[in-house]
Write a protein that binds this ligand. Sequence first.
Ligand code: PMV
Length: 313
Amino acid sequence: MIEATAPGKVILFGEHAVVYGRPALAAPVTHLRARATIEETGAPDVALIAPDLGRQAILSQVNPNNPLAAIVRVVEQYCGCSLSDGYSLSVTSAIPIASGLGSGAAISVAVIRALAVYMGDGRSLSTAETSQLAYEVERLHHGTPSGIDNTVIAYEQPVYFVRREPQPVIEPFVVAQPLRLVIGDTGIRSATKDVVGDVRRRWSADPHRFEAIFDDCGRLAEEGRAALAAGRLSVLGTLMDENHECLVRMTVSSPALDRLVAAARRGGALGAKLSGGGRGGNMIALVTPETEAAVMEALLAAGAVRVFTSDVG
Ligand code: PMV
């Protein structure tokens, strides 16, 4: 049996603006993981199984849009070999789907890692190759991904990321003082593809206004990187608050996200913002050991369906 995993992620600064070439900062959520397993079954075909979703399919018969089959095809094409009949590929994930925590990219990276071991006689793909293949899968699903999700998830470390052609800028960022984040889930699922598409329509209708918001997000990401390197947590919190306001102006927040962000601040967080595609999904709050419990309680009282913590650095 071959097993591989990949983490979820949060975006600290710069979601959406990153699609338009502005810098962004993201960090893995290492205890929340997607898992891919390849097992010999002896059956006459290849089974694709997603038990969490109650789905099972046969590779040779699936609709070409099947997300697991798409990942298998991308890896098969790259590696020049294929998953043989008599094996199953199963995927499970603790990362809630469509909630801004990178569940799709985590599933891709876990599957790519497992397939690489299976096809490569024990030789794994490099991290850069894994990230690139996951990016190709992301492009099949949502047209214009920036590449930040596959990067932070494949590299599994905090990254400063700028979308560039032919290669993005990927730099680990320095965290002088470890961060404790509280993550709060609105429980509202929201497809990143739809939100990214809507932002594109609004940007096309009013490029001047949107470019200015994206510039603000880029500046906040640069200032956030400097605050992280200097260990200035209260400055970082203020910058997160400002980033949330930019996302409100971009129309990607929602009443539920705004409610949780406000509750986290009232509970004593140093700063809070939505994280990921928005219009639902998760928000993050920067806390200290003294404020962590009160912020978690405030989020639950404000309607979060679940809250948990994650450390950066
Ligand atoms: O919602 P998520 O976890 O897929 O985060 C997407 C981040 C965006 O900036 C909104 C899109 C992208 O491709 O960078």
